[in-house]
Design a protein around this ligand. Structure first.
Ligand SMILES: [Ca+2]
Length: 400
């Protein structure tokens, strides 16, 4: 490559007669010998003419390679060598050149040592040594890679809005029926789970003129206790004799949190969102609309009779508590049944895609967008938008 550039520049210099014919050093076909012959010829001609000759010798050897690059570049520029060609000779950093040896680009136009390379998580950059939390684990950025603790985290099943579910194995689906349904229980008729310790049942409470869900009633069965969460209130029904209370109740911000001694944690926003958390000890030991928690989302549509089905209605209806309650039928797309509300609800929900939530966009805001827009279309009163449990009132006040 250097040879190609050199020959192109040499040709250009020769063609434009930048170097005088008296130059012999570093010229093709010329040497010290041709220099001597030429000098001798000129000198003898002058002597022949009877003139005196004085010779001054200068040793340029010492100046060799000591000429400042900037002076050379300054001299070459007027002879028609453009900026890009001169860049080959420049020792200064100029746009388009690479990082010095041993350094790498940092992605922001600077050069850094390889050890100082950042790590990336959800499109954000983190410097070496910085920590992030992923579920219950902590990850540290080291040598461009995340080094994480490997603690077993609690699994989470989420039920939100108007019949939207996300199972323990992260399968999302929508199912909207007007019966009581088993969300999760640990007595599934399999060996080792005959004696269950808990069962969570949910029922949608319709409102408005379209049958939209405005709240949920939740029943948690624990031994001889029945906990009822309904219309923002919490009540307990106790059956039989059992002095030891198998749960605790506390309030965390907008959530009511029930923690049972068997390891189930239920968070309720007192409206339509429920988060159920379970330790990995319950993996493959549970069943219901929250799936079987075996780490595989594909088999989460397992019916009460333990068969895996494709159809969400067949799956959902199998988890009815009362067999006399009518089956749910196919879900109508509210955007096509209420077209006049579609653009309004999209405008209302566009707040989730606005700058207020810019930092969340790479996380999961967009995934919730569809569900929230549909809920807004359905709602005949105030918008019932929820973003992973954050109400629209929260969102609006944040923006203001
Ligand atoms: Ca599963």
């Amino acid at each position: 490559m250097e040879q190609i550039i050199l020959s192109a520049i040499t040709r250009h210099i020769q063609d434009n007669k930048v170097i005088r014919p008296s130059q012999h050093g570093f010229m093709k076909g010329r040497s010290c010998l041709t220099n001597l012959v030429s000098f001798d010829d000129k000198m003898t001609h002058i002597v022949d003419e009877g003139k005196a000759v004085d010779v001054v010798y200068l040793d340029f050897n010492k100046a060799f390679d000591t000429v400042s690059h900037s002076i050379v570049l300054e001299k070459l520029a007027p002879h028609g060598l453009d900026r890009h060609t001169l860049c080959w000779y420049s020792t200064q950093c100029v746009s388009g050149c690479v990082c010095p040896a041993g350094l790498v680009l940092d992605g922001n136009g600077g050069c850094i040592l390889e050890d100082e390379c950042p790590c990336i998580h959800n499109e954000a950059m983190y410097q070496p040594g910085e920590k992030i939390n992923v579920d219950c684990n902590t990850c540290v950025c080291k040598n461009r890679k995340w080094e994480c603790t490997k603690d077993q985290c609690l699994g989470t099943c989420t039920v939100y809005g108007d019949g939207h579910y996300n199972t323990f194995d992260d399968k999302r689906f929508s199912f909207n029926g007007n019966c009581e349904y088993t969300l999760v229980q640990d007595h599934c008729g399999k060996s080792g789970t005959a004696n269950g310790t808990f069962r969570v049942i949910t029922e949608n409470i319709p409102c408005g003129n379209t049958g939209t869900t405005c709240s949920k009633s939740i029943k948690v069965f624990l031994e001889s206790y029945e906990l009822i969460l309904y219309e923002e209130h919490f009540s307990v029904v106790k059956r039989g004799q059992n002095d030891e209370v198998p749960y605790t109740v506390r309030y965390m911000g907008m959530y009511l949190v029930i923690e049972t001694t068997s390891g189930l944690i239920l968070m309720w926003d007192k409206k339509t969102s429920i988060f159920i958390k379970l330790s990995p000890d319950f993996k493959s030991q549970i069943c219901g609309l929250c799936g079987n928690y075996d780490g595989n989302g594909i088999n989460d549509f397992t019916t009460r009779s333990q068969s895996v089905v494709e159809n969400v209605l067949e799956f959902g209806n199998s988890w009815k508590v009362s067999s006399t309650c009518p089956d749910a039928y196919s879900i109508k797309d509210p955007c096509s049944t209420n077209p006049y509300r579609k653009s309004w609800s999209e405008k209302q929900c566009s707040i989730i895609n606005s700058n207020v939530f810019a930092a969340c966009h790479s996380q999961h805001a967009i995934a919730f967008m569809k569900g929230t827009a549909i809920n807004t279309v359905n709602s005949s009163t105030t918008p019932q938008m929820e973003l992973d449990g954050v109400s629209v009132q929260h969102v609006t006040s944040m923006e203001q």
